[in-house]
Design a protein around this ligand. Sequence first.
Ligand code: CA
Length: 225
Amino acid sequence: MRILIVEDEIHLAEALGQIMAERKYLVDIVHDGADGLDYALTEQYDAILLDVMLPKIDGFEIARRLRAAHVSTPILMLTARDEISDKISGLDCGADDYMTKPFDPGELLARVRALTRRQGEIIGNTVTVGDLTLRLDVRCLVCGDDMVRLGFKEFEVMRLLMTNCRAVVPKEDFISKVWGLESEAEDNNVEVYISFLRKKLLFLRSGITIGTVRKVGYFLEVPIL
Ligand code: CA
């Protein structure tokens, strides 16, 4: 797991880095908003710890620009202020969760784990996102006590969505990875399988839905727990 820490208070940034490193997270630390945005746009992280008050570009603006650029890495906002209006603007701008300084390291780690879990974690033979688990061994999708078996292509489409669940998966990626580059498959083949999967998600009463970005692709909409 790779974490980006954007925090201008050097001591706090180092303390955060240490907490994360002790749990075997790989950590990059930057101290201003411009570097933060740059790193977040160019590197792949599993989560970003983002201070609000930062030199050059503030945390809200960074979150906004990342989401505008379709970077869907989970963001945990950190701030010294605890006014409710900050919480609202933090979440409006695309942050996933919020913590007020000073915070307890245990709670911080728990929140980072919760955020990265929503990413689609592969453990053994399963991929889990929110309330959904995809069993890779038997090609079944499980939600609570309910389970449905997926056809081969449905399974491959769902696997791509769940292992990239913070991102929009382009239609071309489904075609090349599920049908193969040599195939004659077209966008509407993908649409057909997406509609099968949507029906199965409804049947399972999952909180997760498949969102569409017109002319681009599909993504999993995962409710914040
Ligand atoms: Ca600050």
